[in-house]
Design a protein. Structure first.
Length: 97
């Protein structure tokens, strides 16, 4: 019983957004924005889209930003809020001897 109370207290103290972002976007498909709206969001941000896919219930955009750097953005399917952006580092070419 004491262990259960400790777990409940811990979960209550966690921010709800952090818990959802880590586990994915759980939104009924009827509430999703269309893929065209996601593409427009990317265009408005100056991104060149390579691919839009669904991962863990979120939209995921693989694109290049305005500087030509590769990015991967996680987008909430209902609100189109950018939840996370990862800047991908280009692989370094090995120097020839």
């Amino acid at each position: 019983m004491r262990k259960t109370l400790m777990i409940m207290a811990f979960l209550a103290a966690m921010p709800a957004g952090a818990a959802l972002a880590e586990e994915g976007c759980f939104v009924p498909m009827s509430d999703w924005q269309p893929r065209a709206a996601v593409a427009q969001l990317a265009k408005d941000k100056g991104w060149t889209v390579r691919r839009i896919k669904i991962d863990d219930g979120c939209y995921e955009i693989d694109a290049k930003d305005g500087d030509g750097k590769s990015i991967e953005a996680t987008i909430h399917p209902a609100t189109l809020e950018v939840l996370k952006i990862e800047h991908e580092q280009p692989e370094k070419a090995e120097e020839e001897d």
